[in-house]
Design a protein around this ligand. Structure first.
Ligand code: SAM
Length: 239
């Protein structure tokens, strides 16, 4: 699939499309799932960390390493989180050669569009999690909870830029494991120049039972729970 514009040429607009401040509550919910501290800071690997919005809050709770496919998104994250380690890599194949107390995958897991993609990503999570460590994976939805929808959002930046978007999610082929979210973005630059972009994202959804089965096959004992926004969160322990 073509890399979404949002994660390539339009990456510098990411904080105006999705503001770091909006991730505070979600980060607090993930922090509550972290293993109890014994005075040390847990090491946390986030796969698909994007612009580092979630990490900007979670870094108070551990030592984070951030992996993303997109160099442009890593650059945005490095501005927000200059003290964190950033690594370019594909969540399906990356191997950092070390293990963490916690492996976290947030909304980026949605870009696994086939069972093979998702199973490769779960194997990456298992490969990087120490035995007894915690794996947290928070897709936007499962196959059962997916609903087509239309939303809008955007921010006015302190630097004079503004962004607004309309997003439209639909499932063009109910027989496969992917759906589409199309964004229309209206971007106003500092000098008032307006640009309109259309950005197509192909995302994957899988049944809860498939998630649990594939997590188990990867060596992770997991359960699915709902977060405060009724979204599924898979919380597991690496065997
Ligand atoms: C919605 S953004 C994540 C935003 C992030 N939760 C935050 O707090 O800023 C999705 C990210 O997934 C990344 N991504 C998509 N496929 C990936 C893959 N196979 N491996 C690693 N990252 C991937 C994209 O580059 C993008 O940065």
């Amino acid at each position: 699939m073509r890399t979404p514009l949002m994660y390539s040429t339009l990456a510098p607009w990411w904080p105006l499309i999705s503001a770091p401040a909006d991730y505070a509550e979600e980060a607090a919910a993930f922090a509550a799932l972290l293993p109890p501290r014994d005075g040390t800071s847990p090491t946390i690997l986030e796969l698909g960390s994007g612009g580092g919005n979630l990490a900007s809050h979670l870094k108070a709770h551990g030592t984070l390493t951030l992996v993303d496919l997109s160099a442009e998104m890593l650059a945005v994250s490095a501005q927000l989180n200059p003290e964190l380690e950033h690594v370019q890599g594909d969540m399906r194949t990356v191997d950092l050669g070390r293990r963490f107390d916690v492996v976290l995958i947030h909304d980026a897991v949605m870009y696994n569009t086939t069972p093979a993609d998702l199973r490769a990503t779960l194997a990456t999570a298992a490969r990087h999690c120490r035995s007894g460590g915690t794996v947290i994976i928070a897709p936007d939805c499962t196959r059962e909870t997916y609903e087509p929808d239309t939303t809008h959002g955007g921010e006015d930046g302190a630097d004079g830029r503004s962004a607004r978007y309309l997003s439209w999610s639909f499932d063009p082929d109910p027989t496969d494991t992917s759906f589409e979210t199309v964004y229309t973005l209206v971007l106003r630059d500092v000098d008032g120049t307006m640009t309109v972009e259309l950005d197509r994202h192909v995302e994957g959804f899988f049944q809860e039972a498939e998630w649990i089965e594939w997590l188990d096959a990867a060596g992770i004992d997991a359960r699915c729970q709902l977060d405060a926004w009724d979204r599924p969160v898979f919380v597991g322990t690496r065997r």
